[in-house]
Design a protein around this ligand. Sequence first.
Ligand code: NAP
Length: 307
Amino acid sequence: MPPSSKYNQNQIVSKQLVGILGVGAIGSVIAKELSFNKNIELFFFHRSEKKEIQVQFEDKKYKLPATNSFGNLQGNQLDWLIICLKEYHFEGAKIWFEKLIFPKTKITVIRNGMELKKPLLPYAKEDRILECMIDCPVQKNSNGSYLQMKDVQLASVSGDLANDFKSLFFNKKLILQQFEYFKTVTWKKLIESASLGAITCLTGETCWIFEKKEIKNWYQKILEESILVARADGAIIPIDFALQLLKKVKTYPKEKGSSMLTDRLMGRPIELGAKNGVISKLGEKYKIPTPLNDWVCLMLKFTNRKS
Ligand SMILES: NC(=O)c1ccc[n+]([C@@H]2O[C@H](COP(=O)([O-])OP(=O)(O)OC[C@H]3O[C@@H](n4cnc5c(N)ncnc54)[C@H](OP(=O)(O)O)[C@@H]3O)[C@@H](O)[C@H]2O)c1
């Protein structure tokens, strides 16, 4: 990081000040993408010390300094705060929300699950917060660098905030798909990922397991339970959605896993609150019984350490 003395106040304020909170797999890839825009000054807010971000994508290695942090803001306010935390990190990150969010700050939350705005509502107006889903598998290498496996695909609700956020990125291959009714999109993803994740994670097996009729039956049951909650929450889910997913799972490679299975096999905490946990919670809110999702949460709770 260049020492703060190199900056004068005018230089800093002439650029858009963009902070990334949660500089792990997704935060590092987003930082790499934003680094192509020289009209941005990037700031990083860490939990563990990190001097450099390294991302490998296709045949290129990208390195950027990651030490430009709170002190270097010199009292200036962020234009954007991009939050790339896991669901279970939010509680511990509240102190950052207090420090980093001002009325002018626009916020993007990139994570799995539902209700992404909720933890931020005490700090920001709802219309300043953009919820984003990301499709971009990223793995951590043993040396701390990240391997990005495909181009970044984001999805959000459509509108000015989404357009402003997209304008920060210069890479034409980065896609931000905008949807009028984003809730349906997030629910469709959640129904599949929580149901498939639960079965792969609990059996410890990849998608070959869906060849077993009795497993497919349980998959169908958990899909149907989750669909009822999605509809109660206002998502528009087609009548044959469970059947569509049952057909889809047959097309998956036998060795395809899920993020829940990977987390369990690697001894990492599972993002239960962003998967089956939120389905159970919303089921309770709408008085829809969710015995299967509750059971999945109970079974995985005791293997799950939060970090
Ligand atoms: N990785 C993927 O391939 C992928 C793909 C699609 C969606 N997603 C979703 O994207 C979201 C982010 O996932 P991720 O894979 O990027 O997670 P991650 O690699 O675990 O990154 C999260 C980062 O947040 C940091 N953090 C935690 N608490 C903090 C705090 N209080 N203050 C500052 N930093 C804090 C962690 O720091 P430490 O270094 O101290 O742990 C870690 O670096 C999740 O919802 C995930 O499901 C991920």
